[in-house]
Design a protein around this ligand. Structure first.
Ligand SMILES: CC(C)(COP(=O)(O)OP(=O)(O)OC[C@H]1O[C@@H](n2cnc3c(N)ncnc32)[C@H](O)[C@@H]1OP(=O)(O)O)[C@@H](O)C(=O)NCCC(=O)NCCS
Length: 195
C-alpha cells in the first residue's frame, strides 16, 4: 500500500470512489465528469491537494483538502466553468438543484469566521475499510498541510455520516458547532489545530 499525493490521471478513479462511498453527499448526485473536473482542479491547483492510497496500481482511498476554499473555487471556476456548466446543463434547469449547487459552492461566504483550510472529502473503498488506511492517509494529509504553513483546518460532515464522525473524533478533531447547509440538513463542523 502506497500513501502519496495524487496524480492528475487519477482524478476519475477518485471521483468514482467519491460517488460510490459518499452516496448521501450532495456532490455525489452530480454527474461523474463534473466530479472528475473537481478532483482534477484539486490535484492541480496551488490552493489544494489530494492524498491517495494506492494498491497494485489502483487508488483505494483518498483525502482531498483545500488551503483556502474561496481561492480554490476561484481557480475551479476560472479553469472549468464552461465545461462544468455544459456538463451540469440538464441539472441546472432544475431550480432546486441549482440552488444546492450554489449553496455547496458558496457556503464559505456565509461562514467566513471558520478556518479557511478544509478537509473537503475522505473516502476508502468499502472492501478496504477498517484496516487503518484512512488513518495512514490522514497522517500524510496533516504533514502535507503543515508543509503548506496551515495552522488549523476544518471539516464539515453530515450528521448522518456516523463512521466519518467517529473517525474524526478518534483522530483528534475538536467539535466546534452545528450548521445547516442545504435547507436545514444538519452538519457538524470540526477543527483540527496543528501543533
Ligand atoms: C470514514 C472512512 C474514510 C474511514 O476509513 P477507514 O479506512 O475504514 O478508517 P480506519 O481503518 O483508519 O479506521 C476505522 C477503524 O478501523 C480500525 N483499524 C483496523 N485495523 C487498523 C489498523 N491496522 N490500524 C489502525 N486502525 C485500524 C480503527 O481502529 C478504526 O476502528 P473503529 O471503527 O473502532 O474506530 C470510511 O468509513 C469511509 O470511506 N466512509 C464513507 C465516506 C464518508 O462518509 N466520508 C466522509 C464524508 S466526506
Amino acid at each position: 500500500m502506497k500513501i502519496r499525493l495524487a496524480e492528475k490521471k487519477e482524478a476519475e478513479q477518485i471521483a468514482e470512489i467519491h460517488k460510490t462511498e459518499i452516496k448521501k453527499g450532495f456532490l455525489s448526485s452530480l454527474r461523474g465528469p463534473f466530479l472528475t473536473n473537481l478532483y482534477s482542479a484539486i490535484i492541480e491547483s496551488e490552493f489544494s491537494f489530494c492524498v491517495v492510497s494506492e494498491k497494485d496500481g489502483r487508488v483505494v482511498g483518498f483525502i482531498a483538502g483545500v488551503l483556502d476554499i474561496n481561492k480554490f473555487y476561484g481557480y475551479f471556476l476560472k479553469k472549468y466553468f464552461f465545461q462544468s456548466v455544459l456538463m451540469l446543463l440538464p441539472q441546472i434547469f432544475n431550480f432546486k438543484k441549482l440552488k444546492k449547487i450554489f449553496e455547496s459552492l458558496f457556503y464559505p461566504k456565509k461562514e467566513n469566521n471558520l478556518p479557511k483550510a478544509e478537509l473537503l472529502t475522505i473516502a476508502v473503498k468499502k472492501e478496504f475499510q477498517g484496516q487503518g488506511i484512512a488513518k495512514q492517509m490522514f497522517e500524510k494529509f496533516v504533514s502535507e498541510i503543515k508543509n503548506r504553513k496551515v495552522g488549523i483546518f476544518k471539516v464539515i460532515v453530515g450528521e448522518e455520516l456516523k463512521p466519518a464522525i467517529k473517525f474524526y473524533e478518534k483522530n483528534g478533531f475538536q467539535f466546534l458547532k452545528k450548521i445547516s447547509i442545504h435547507n436545514k440538513q444538519a452538519s457538524r463542523v470540526y477543527v483540527y489545530p496543528i501543533n
